[in-house]
Design a protein around this ligand. Structure first.
Ligand code: UT7
Length: 326
């Protein structure tokens, strides 16, 4: 079986917030944010929710793939900011789309969430259990930010990206689609980027803690990313017997321009092969990779036969990388 991405879609909130807008409500500046991160603006949800953006991205991906919602066998959403603890965002999407034949569940892998969803769908498709999957990364990160902590809240945005993946029978020796993937976790370092959920306040406990907001040791996350991501990319290239020269684009999680520049340098690859959306989106965790992929797809940047590396990395700590032939 070959697992191919056959359609993409994305959705951003309508409300645009520039660095200058932020500088009017907190002690920050366009100069600080742009020079350290490459971010110039982001979209923050007002009316939109994680599920509404995920559903819009999914409808566009279905249209792009030219298939109906009834053809979807599997829905996996990567998110840490669902609208409900339960039902899952994927079950909400199933209902919104009328994807009555699908099984639906979420994965919690933060900025690696879309990649983990892709890899999980790939395994189901390869095994022959399912034929067509809808995978999504969707986040409303603005609701878990501490808006008094300028070192984190300026970095993140809201949005959703989706892709349709389908299994195709493979002719003898034929290659294509998802060629190799690699993923990992380092839970021992989880506290460097964390957000506590609601605390237990049952009648046996008098717990003074409130639900938490995102806290981050930025420099530790930076070190993790610039060490792990190039190593993960080298692994998938070795697994698929490819070299960096064979890769048209490296579609990385859009956390920070400096991380992307450092990965490019370590791989000895031109930065031109690393497309960006962080300038206008900020960091949207699980949604970053599929939103960028959709932007590239709609600009006509992806041609049949192009080899592309995709990599997500972040809280958990987690990372996931795949090489695909478009
Ligand atoms: O999905 C993964 C997400 N995580 C990441 O991408 C994080 C990776 N880390 C980074 O990109 C960088 O660590 C940051 C961009 C987050 C921070 O850059 P830094 O050079 O490590 O800054 P810092 O935290 O050491 O802070 C430097 C200064 C501090 O002031 P003092 O103590 O030197 O006077 C901060 O208080 O910058 C100050 N600062 C700000 N100033 C203006 C922190 N946030 C801001 C801000 N505006 N928004």
């Amino acid at each position: 079986m070959i697992t191919r991405i056959i359609g993409t879609g994305s959705s951003l909130p309508s409300n645009l917030v520039t660095n200058d807008d932020l500088s009017k409500i907190m002690d920050t500046s366009d100069e600080w944010i742009s020079s350290r991160t490459g971010i110039k603006e982001r979209r923050l949800a007002k009316e939109e929710t994680t599920a509404s953006m995920a559903a819009e991205a999914s409808r566009k991906a279905l249209e792009n793939a030219g298939i109906s919602a009834e053809e979807i066998d599997l829905i996996i959403v990567g998110t840490i900011t669902g609208d409900y603890v339960t039902p899952s965002t994927s079950c909400e999407i199933q209902a919104k789309l009328g994807a009555v034949n699908a099984v639906a569940f979420d994965v919690n892998a933060a900025c690696s969430g879309f990649m983990f969803a892709l890899h999980t769908a790939h395994i189901y498709l390869q095994s022959g259990i399912y034929k067509t999957a809808l995978i999504i990364g969707a986040e409303t990160l603005s609701k878990i930010m501490d808006w008094n902590d300028r070192s984190t809240c300026v970095l993140f945005g809201d949005g959703a990206g989706a892709a349709i993946v389908r299994a195709y029978a493979q002719a003898r020796n034929e290659k294509g689609g998802l060629l190799a993937f690699e993923q990992g976790s380092d839970g021992a370092k989880g506290k460097v980027l964390a957000c506590r959920d609601r605390v237990n306040n049952n009648p046996l406990i008098q717990n003074p803690l409130e639900p938490g907001y995102v806290s981050m040791d930025g420099q530790e996350v930076y070190k993790f990313a610039v060490g792990t991501v190039p190593a993960s990319i080298i692994k998938v290239l070795e697994m698929s017997e490819l070299k960096t020269e064979d890769i048209k684009y490296f579609v990385l999680h859009q956390a920070n321009i400096r991380i992307i520049q450092s990965v490019a340098k370590r791989l000895k690859v031109s930065e031109e092969k690393f497309p960006l959306s962080l300038d206008h989106c900020g960091n949207i965790s699980a949604a970053s990779v599929p939103i960028l992929l959709d932007e590239m797809n709609r600009k006509g940047m992806l041609k049949a036969g192009d080899k592309i590396v995709m990599s997500g990395f972040g809280a958990g700590l987690t990372w996931g990388t795949a090489v695909i032939e478009w």
